[in-house]
Design a protein around this ligand. Structure first.
Ligand code: 6PG
Length: 241
């Protein structure tokens, strides 16, 4: 596990982009699961402004770590956020975009997204293996759409699960812990002062945190886990690597 802490969002976005470019250089194509939230939104804007021409976008296949069960034109849709901030501005072919269809029956869609993953990704022991899973973390320690009140979903045998937001009761479709931890690389992008305590707990008190917070259970078997943090989110960490 590595933690990388940056003074500002621009430096974080730039460092993450260099990391991704190194990975891209080694591969014919790359599969990535995107997350929702504000931190990735700023990354996508950064790509459009600064990296439209120096990344071979045709090499990347885009998936999602989670989706809200809404129509793709709903403001809550993670797909809509990526479309408006990234796909509408870059040469990304439709054939490389594999969205979770939030408008469908959640249970049917979870099964059919598993089929998509099985068809499009490398499969080892029946598990679909992403090159990169991008995650955020909520103040409550949730990640993707697995929330603390549904820790059991993390352990699911399925590749995708149907979750419920604790307050709004909105249905979500999420990758399970099994799929997330099987990825070749997992990255957290976490910013903002409201995340400082949960970042510290999940990273520095991990054994205890694993009982309560889904984010603490992110431990890819590859060992390749990197936390990209801004100074606010990382300010309580004792060891600032
Ligand atoms: C979602 C996200 C979710 C998000 C965190 C952090 O669909 O809601 O995937 O897990 O990553 O809530 O979001 P911020 O980047 O906005 O802090």
């Amino acid at each position: 596990m590595k933690t990388r802490i940056f003074d500002n969002l621009n430096d974080l976005n730039e460092d993450f982009t260099s990391w991704l470019k190194e990975l891209l250089a080694e591969k014919a194509d790359l599969t990535i699961a995107l997350s929702g939230g504000n931190t990735p939104k700023s990354l996508f804007k950064h790509w459009v402004t600064n990296h439209a021409d120096d990344i071979d976008w045709s090499k990347i296949k885009f998936f999602w770590s989670d989706e809200r069960c809404v129509w793709p034109n709903d403001d809550d849709s993670n797909y809509k956020m990526v479309k408006e901030n990234l796909f509408d501005h870059l040469p990304v072919s439709k054939k490389n975009i594999f969205r979770i269809r939030g408008e469908n029956d959640p249970y049917k869609e979870a099964r059919s997204y598993e089929e998509v993953l099985q068809n499009e990704l490398e499969v080892v022991n029946d598990i679909s293996i992403f090159d990169v899973v991008m995650l955020g973390m909520g103040d409550d320690g949730h990640t993707a759409s697995i929330f603390p009140h549904e820790m059991n979903l993390w352990e699911s045998n399925n590749l995708c699960v149907v979750a419920t937001h604790p307050k709004t009761k909105q249905r979500r479709i999420s990758l399970s812990g099994k799929t997330i931890n099987a990825a070749k690389n997992v990255v957290f992008l976490v910013t903002g002062a409201s995340k400082d305590k949960i970042v510290q707990r999940v990273i520095e008190d991990n054994e205890k945190a694993k009982e309560k917070y889904p984010a603490a259970k992110v431990q890819p078997t590859s060992g390749n886990l990197t936390w990209f943090l801004d100074g606010y989110a990382g300010r309580l960490l004792k060891e600032k690597k």
